[in-house]
Design a protein around this ligand. Structure first.
Ligand code: NAD
Ligand code: TYD
Length: 339
């Protein structure tokens, strides 16, 4: 079995490479990433020690490069994690989101068709369903919840999902789609809520909470997402969508308080800032389909996963301190100064 993993140098892609190497030592894994600001080749150093791993620096929108890699490597499976993934950046500059997330997915699927790749898996997000009200805890996203996007990011991801379904129906491309809730864990880029709050708290910097901090996300430890994708690759039905989430809804402010409590920092660091435009109120996944059909269930409880994650950032300062220099400082100043 040979798997081409795009976005392999990003947060979930790298964790998926490690997960697969551990679970299936016989698999050959080809990592591919254009190494945008969010991709970090050093993350993949442990994977490189394995001679069944190979890495290509390539952009998924570069048709010639992608066709060459797919024709030469002949993967059995492509798992597409490569994406622009940060909602706030999509509000500042939607163009690159449309290019990578939609057109890049098209290029990968065209290559899969051209070279007869046996399986294409599109890694999607629960954000395609829009948001849910806080006062209706009974409502959850199912696979048949209508697509109803709020941000350029979620619109681009929804477009990719629709295109994927069209490629399946029209061309018979054998594919599956997963839609996962918010992930957390090691190697997440510090622009996202949890690592940003950990990094700022450790530096005694203000913790910028959008609006009143009441927005709810459904958090899942990254390995549980990797486990779900692995199970979909093995037993998922072609042409199907699978929602992934662990029934773990939490308000942003509660996460921030938990992080500062664990690190022994004062709550005075919390700073309420202007809300995100179009900010989705609540995400909540109903994972019944993947649980019933594939037997998936999450293994890491939030109370354990968040400690593992905070400890990882404490012990791997070099990884994220390198990242929060340079381009990220400029981004941070533009996004947060005077907000
Ligand atoms: P990330 O931003 O950490 O990583 C994305 C990776 O894709 C980076 O390594 C980047 O260099 C690479 N990339 C970007 N544009 C590329 C291009 N044009 N060609 C090749 N590589 C490119 O994102 P992530 O959090 O790891 O998310 C991975 C996937 O999972 C995305 O598709 C995202 O939409 C989806 N997802 C994420 C979450 C979450 O909570 N992080 C939840 C559900 C779904
Ligand atoms: P984020 O990690 O960007 O994920 P997403 O928007 O894709 O769910 O944000 C998670 C939540 O945290 C979201 O409600 C926005 C909020 N948030 C803050 O309050 N402050 C921040 O600095 C960031 C990055 C996010």
């Amino acid at each position: 079995m040979k798997i081409l993993v795009t976005g392999a140098a990003g947060f979930i892609g790298s964790n998926f490479v490690f997960y697969e190497q551990k679970l299936h030592p016989d698999y050959e894994i080809v990592g591919l990433d254009s190494l945008t600001y969010a991709g970090n080749l050093s993350t993949l150093e442990p994977a490189m020690e394995n001679d069944r791993f190979k890495f290509f620096k390539a952009d998924i929108t570069d048709r010639d490069a992608i066709f060459k890699i797919v024709s030469e490597e002949k993967p059995d499976v492509i798992v597409n994690f490569a994406a622009e993934s940060h909602v706030d950046r999509s509000i500042e500059d939607p163009g690159v989101f449309l290019r990578t997330n939609i057109l890049g997915t098209q290029v990968l699927m065209d290559a899969a068709r051209e070279y007869g790749v046996g399986r294409f898996h599109q890694v999607g997000t629960d954000e395609v369903y829009g948001d849910l009200p806080l006062d209706r805890p009974d409502l959850l996203f199912t696979e048949t919840t209508p697509i109803n996007t709020s941000s350029p990011y979620s619109a681009s991801k929804a477009s990719a999902d629709l295109l994927a379904m069209a490629y399946h129906r029209t061309f018979g491309l054998p594919l599956t789609i997963s839609r996962c809730s918010n992930n957390y864990g090691p190697y997440q880029f510090p622009e996202k809520l949890i690592p940003l709050m950990i990094a700022n708290a450790l530096a005694d910097k203000p913790l910028p909470v959008y609006g009143e901090g009441l927005n709810v996300r459904d958090w899942l430890y990254v390995d549980d997402h990797c486990k779900a994708i692995d199970m979909i690759l093995s037993n998922g039905k072609i042409g199907e969508v699978y929602n992934i989430g662990g029934h773990n809804e939490m308000a942003n402010i509660d996460i921030v308080k938990l992080i500062i409590g664990y690190l022994g920092k004062p709550e005075s660091l919390i700073t309420y800032v202007t809300d995100r435009k179009g900010h989705d109120m609540r995400y909540a996944i109903d994972p019944k389909k993947i649980s019933d059909e594939l037997g998936w269930s999450p293994e890491t409880k939030f109370a354990d996963g968040i400690k593992l994650t905070i400890d990882w950032y404490l012990h791997n300062k070099e990884w994220w301190e390198n990242i929060i220099s340079g381009e990220y400082r400029k981004y941070y100043a533009e996004m947060y100064d005077g907000r």
